[in-house]
Write a protein that binds this ligand. Structure first.
Ligand code: ZN
Length: 310
């Protein structure tokens, strides 16, 4: 016996005991805590946009990672000068991720990639649409269902606004303005669903950094859940209506979360924008929100932005 023991150093004996303890505790109670600590995997898709995606994807990635909740990969499409064969190599594996964030507005994706995204969201994946990503793919029927409202002309589909009493107003296709925006400016964002997990704790009215305020968005607008709006003032070239800024739609078992904010790097540096994208992405991915609302937040009259990452 003593000769057997002598074959082990004190350290290796101790590690053996600790390993045994760990194995027991993992099997008894490890699962929940391991899952809660697991980072949420996010895939940003970019590569074409009428906006400066090369400047904005790093900002999106940076604040998602800094939230401590996500790991982020980026899938970049071919540019629109490459031959069609270049797209053969673009087959992102959406199912490896809990959420896909589109910072893409460009050529149609190959059919297999479109079908993959539909299956991914149908099966419970989260899709997050930022600003001009809702301009993309007017010919893709299922994408239009997912986003509800896109940058389309008035003949394309219905429009949805919120009246002064907070009631939804549907304008039929062909009537009223189509997609547009006035001059860029700071504008107040009004939270419409205060108890929604993404919005809970966010001030009911807060001032967003300089951005384009999209108006007249059009689409099937089915199953829309408007979480926040902004008033598109006439004097800045708007519609004098409360336009949807943030909304979500259920698509199969998944959720599509859209924010129309995020035109440029300076718009994305807004603490309000970052909070909504962080929490919206977490919610679309996991159905829960654990990322807190920062103590320092834009007020009803004053914006708050974080400096660009160095
Ligand atoms: Zn824009």
């Amino acid at each position: 016996m003593s000769s057997l023991l002598s074959r082990f150093t004190k350290d290796s004996w101790l590690s053996g005991v600790l390993l045994g303890v760990c194995a027991v505790s993992l099997s008894l109670c490890g699962n929940n805590s391991v899952q809660a600590a697991d980072p949420v995997r996010v895939l940003i898709v970019d590569g074409q946009n009428n906006h400066n995606w090369k400047a904005t994807t790093p900002i999106l990635k940076d604040f998602l990672v800094k939230s401590g909740r996500f790991t982020v990969d980026v899938a970049t499409t071919p540019d629109n000068k490459q031959p069609a064969s270049a797209w053969d190599g673009f087959r992102p594996k959406f199912s490896d991720y809990a959420a896909v964030l589109s910072n893409y507005n460009g050529q149609a994706w190959p059919e297999p990639v479109q079908r993959d995204l539909e299956a991914y969201v149908s099966n419970g994946g989260g899709l997050v649409i930022v600003h001009a990503a809702n301009n993309a793919f007017p010919e893709w029927t299922e994408f239009n269902k997912m986003i509800g409202l896109g940058w389309r002309d008035a003949k394309f589909g219905d429009r949805l606004t919120i009246d002064d009493k907070g009631q939804a107003v549907r304008t039929p296709k062909g009537e009223g303005p189509g997609a547009g925006h006035g001059s860029q400016h700071e504008f107040a964002v009004i939270v419409r669903e205060r108890e929604h997990p993404v919005m809970k704790g966010i001030p009911v009215e807060w001032m967003h950094a300089k951005d384009e305020l999209y108006h007249g968005q059009r689409g099937p607008a089915a199953g829309m859940n408007v979480l926040a709006t902004a008033h598109a003032a006439k004097q800045t070239g708007g519609t004098d209506a409360h336009e949807p800024m943030v909304w979500w739609i259920r698509y199969g078992k998944g959720v599509v979360f859209t924010t129309l904010m995020g035109h440029a790097d300076y718009s994305m540096q807004c603490v309000g924008f970052q909070t909504i994208v962080n929490r919206g992405t977490e919610w679309a991915a996991t159905s829960k929100v654990t990322i807190p609302v920062p103590a320092q937040f834009p007020t009803a009259s004053v914006t708050l932005s974080v400096p660009a990452a160095q």
